[in-house]
Write a protein that binds this ligand. Structure first.
Ligand SMILES: NC(=O)c1ccc[n+]([C@@H]2O[C@H](COP(=O)([O-])OP(=O)(O)OC[C@H]3O[C@@H](n4cnc5c(N)ncnc54)[C@H](O)[C@@H]3O)[C@@H](O)[C@H]2O)c1
Length: 469
């Protein structure tokens, strides 16, 4: 594992994270379980952005609750976890192993710049069939969006009427904080989570305003243009002690000020950018090439996409944010510095083309140029006809439930960043100075070992010598 180099706090954090890495020492086999507060009462889910992903998630949860659909793709609902030796035959369901909120305990609200309720927004998104939506119409229609914090400079392709007004960005944050308190009261939720499902904001880099809580607050009071709307939601959530997940590639909580706030207040955060279609496949194929030491000379990825997300990403600023998030995975997985002959000269390109006829049904093509023994070239073509929001919805559900688990677990919440949730993200957040793990199966092992660790179970190393004693 790479070492955190920067601040002493990073070093402390790395030490803590190291204890949940795969560990083959006998010390790892004798841990006590950690205290996890019970999942008592309702869990309120607050969603900035009630578009395709958010409505597909909420309508799906309602349909599963009614028993008319299965939560396919959700690790928390369908996944199992092996405990002990392969011969022990212990593989409980994850939601029976750790105390997660039940689907019946979830209550929802959201913010959007449009006034459509969840039912109308779901119809408009065109992901789920009308027949299914009508069966959950009563619940969906009851969820109307609160006024959003929005800045057209950050999302150039859309504009809407349902927007808050305020003297400055701090005042807007105060209004969001009031929304959060009001929802907690009206829903009688005992705990809350915020999960960003709003449009991708334009590309920005961290500035001095983002370096500390103090500078962030000053910048908000001064209406600094570098404070994005998503940061105002994140600030309001963290100040209210509410965990925040970032499903888009925006900078949002990936700045020192938010890390400081999350650690100071012991509120879990994670991000960024749900790992759904093309990047999911990329983070499965690339580790296979590296495992077999097959070289890579080029990877050309292109997409056609016709939903509102596609329209927003047609703007070069928003696309740049997405591009950065999509490009990082290959380099981290293939480690060209360690394997210069194999991965030292890769041409990697990612395109997204807005093509309205396809709606949410994206088509992603990958052309992969690899080379093998003695440098002989080969090609792989992938044509993934996927459904963006169908892939994203179970990720939203899992993140909501796992972030709530983190919030109830002192050992996790005090870390701030929840790196064990990297599994769900294109561009996972890590402690400063630590490179992210992108390999899907390492990420899954990290997630499951974290759960085993919390419950005092043996970490699974796959060493397996004991079977031959
Ligand atoms: N679907 C996927 O596979 C996938 C994968 C990774 C990331 N994402 C990201 O998830 C986000 C949502 O995707 P989607 O397909 O639902 O998009 P969408 O356009 O259908 O929905 C986004 C919604 O956010 C609203 N919005 C924009 N700015 C807002 C603000 N400041 N406050 C409140 N609401 C705001 C828009 O009005 C819209 O209703 C996007 O950022 C997308 O890039 C999606």
């Amino acid at each position: 594992m790479a070492k955190a180099k920067k601040s002493p706090t990073a070093a402390v954090k790395t030490k803590k994270l190291a204890s949940v890495e795969v560990n083959s020492s006998s010390e790892a086999h004798t841990r006590a379980s950690h205290s996890i507060e019970p999942a008592k009462g309702k869990l309120g889910v607050m969603i900035p952005g009630m578009g395709a992903v958010a409505t597909t998630f909420v309508a799906g949860v309602e349909a599963v609750r009614k028993g008319i659909a299965h939560p396919i793709g959700s690790l928390t609902q369908m996944g199992t976890i092996r405990l002990g030796k392969r011969t022990d035959g212990r593989s409980p369901k994850i939601n029976e192993f750790v105390p997660l909120a039940g689907l019946d305990d979830l209550v929802f609200t959201g913010w959007d710049i449009f006034e459509d309720n969840m039912y109308a927004a779901a119809r408009n998104a065109g992901v789920l069939e009308r027949d299914l939506l009508d069966k959950v119409k009563a619940r969906l229609s009851a969820i109307t969006p609160m006024k959003a914090v929005f800045d057209h400079n950050y999302v150039k392709k859309i504009d809407g009427p349902n927007v808050k007004k305020g003297k400055n960005k701090m005042e807007l944050a105060e209004q969001l904080r009031q929304d959060i308190r009001d929802f907690k009261k009206s829903s009688r939720a005992s705990r809350l989570i915020t999960i960003w499902c709003a449009s991708t904001e334009t590309f920005i880099k961290a500035t001095p305003a983002h370096q500390s809580v103090k500078s962030l607050e000053k910048a908000m009071l001064q209406n600094d243009k570098n404070i994005a709307p998503s940061m105002i939601y994140a600030y309001a959530s963290l100040m209210e002690g509410v965990p925040f997940a970032n499903g888009a590639p925006n900078l949002t909580v990936d700045i020192p000020a938010m890390l400081e706030l999350a650690r100071e207040r012991e509120v879990p955060i994670c991000g960024k950018d749900y790992k759904t279609g093309q990047t999911l496949i990329k983070t499965v194929l690339a580790p296979a090439f590296k495992a077999r030491l097959l070289g890579l000379s080029g990877w050309y990825s292109t997409n056609i996409l016709g939903n509102r997300d596609g329209e927003v990403l047609d703007d070069p600023g928003s696309f740049k944010t997405k591009e950065e998030s999509k490009l990082g995975a290959l380099e981290h997985i293939l480690q060209p510095a360690l394997y210069p002959e194999l991965y030292g000269n890769i041409f990697h390109k990612v395109r997204i083309n807005y093509y309205p006829p396809r709606g949410d049904n994206k088509e992603g093509w990958d052309n992969i140029d690899i080379f093998g023994w003695l440098g002989y070239p080969m090609q792989i073509k992938v044509d993934f006809l996927c459904r963006d929001s169908i892939l994203a919805a179970p990720i939203v559900l899992d993140l909501v439930l796992f972030l709530d688990l983190a919030q109830r677990t002192p050992e996790l919440r005090r870390l701030g960043i929840q790196e064990w949730l990297s599994f769900y993200f294109k561009s996972p957040m890590t402690a400063p100075g630590l490179y992210p793990e992108h390999d899907l199966f390492i990420q899954l092992m990290k997630l499951k070992n974290t759960l085993r660790y919390l419950k005092g179970e043996e970490l699974i190393t796959h060493l397996g010598l004991e079977y031959y004693d």
